[in-house]
Design a protein around this ligand. Sequence first.
Ligand code: ASP
Length: 587
Amino acid sequence: MYRTHTCGELRIQNKLNKVILSGWVQRMRELGAMTFIDLRDRYGITQLVVDDKSTDEVRKITAELGREFVIQAEGEVKERSSKNPKIPTGDIEIAVEKITVLNKSEIPPFTIEDNSDGGDDLRMKYRYLDLRRNPLKQALILRHKMAQEVRRYLDSQNFLEIETPYLIKSTPEGARDFVVPSRVNAGEFYALPQSPQTFKQILMVAGYDRYFQIVRCFRDEDLRADRQPEFTQIDCEMSFVEQKDVLQMFEGLAKHLFKNVLNVELQEITQMTYADAMKYYGSDKPDIRFDMKLHEITELAKGKGFSLFDNSEYIGAICAKGCSAYTRKQIDELTEWVKRPQIGATGLIYIRLGEDGIKSSIDKFFTTEQLQEIANETSAQQGDLILVLCGAKKKTQGQLGSLRLEMGNRLGLRDAKLFVPLWVVDFPLFEWDNDTQRFYAMHHPFTSPKPEHIDKFYSSNNEDIENVNANAYDFVVNGVELGGGSIRIFDRNLQQRMFEILGFTPEAAESQFGFLMNAFKYGAPPHGGIAFGFDRFCAMFGGSDSIRDYIAFPKNNNGRDVMIDSPSPIDNSQLEELSIKLDLKKR
Ligand code: ASP
């Protein structure tokens, strides 16, 4: 028997018990004739003591131990003379009577401590050592708990967990596919799913009216910080539902998770239209933990002879409460901040409502009354600072939205303990892309238009089409998009029209999505669903911005798994079998 107990289990009640523990040597300390060993396993740490009462054999083996050796120790549970209230086993220790080295360890390349001295790359390469550290262990335990609670809730609501294939068909819509060559069908390729979207819809046609899956998805996108080429979704679909039914069901899931995992009572989930989100927050995923809304001041600010304003489509402001005393240096710093390429503003204009009246960087062009009008528009009062950006509308709103978040950070308004969810609804169905001169589906091509916009959907006028809203919704918490979904098209003709707007010829639509269109011939029910980013949900619950810590074996920022060293070249013989000829020179 390797162990009678785990390293997190023994308490003072176990005093005098004879026990066997197995685990890793976390740390050793010598104090005169005594050696203390912290023995660690998944469950915790228990202190072992070897002293002059121990046998020579035990002392000899102890002298040869090192960090991360795997050992088995047998002995008696004793009350500690100096207790450690910081760990649950801190009242006891084990007086070692027998010790066995189960396996030696080389000295690890970084310390296995909560705050390790190892850099990112090193820890990724030795992920199995990193995973021994508490923070990562807690992250994976949290992830497990989340998955269990997701299943518990959805099961209680009659959802069936059904797997869908990983080797599917490549389609040009959406992100880039990862593809897998088929050996037995030379020259042909599978694609890994970006999501099980079409399969879950086909399950609805098949009558499985409540489906879910905690499922891996693959997207070959350009890498951005905190994007993983493979990630996990809680993917769900329901039949015979309208938008409000879906929102209600998944509001239930969100509340269940917050309650059962974090013990947080989530407040009512409000709804905001996409148009309002952009107008007031400059973002389709607003952080509504704090106010500081965007105010459009185009009318008030234009035509006063300040050419930067006069040439702008949009002028917008936010009011930073209590910031009128910002120094020149602080304002310069903010100006630099908005000019960084990630934000891309050309400059920042301020109006301060100080004790000595209104002062601004545009005093030359504006009278005090005119500045006061702007102040009124933004509800600014004495003591406040108004920050103004101008330019093309959408872009400037976005920049102002980022500045708002930054000011929220600086002013400590984004309380990490507070969770404020909302549904963003009424997204546009399409986005026009100037480069390719065509419409793209903002969500995906299976999203249904709002019933009241069906006429516009069939219009031949691009402007009408641009104004069609989607029956789609996003679930946003604290400025993070945790999920999104839509009511789907289930009518064959409507789906055909969708493909037509997206620029598919009937033949292309048939060859890529014929299976779905065919399925729609055989009694497709009305249906809709949603998918949540499971990794991100876990990271939010863990209080982290980074999803990587919540994935056991993540890829690095270059999309590489540095532990197994992948991707990697394959043998010529493998290539030959796959009928693939590489011509890397051309790249
Ligand atoms: N499949 C969609 C996505 O991955 C989610 C959905 O519409 O259910 O974004």
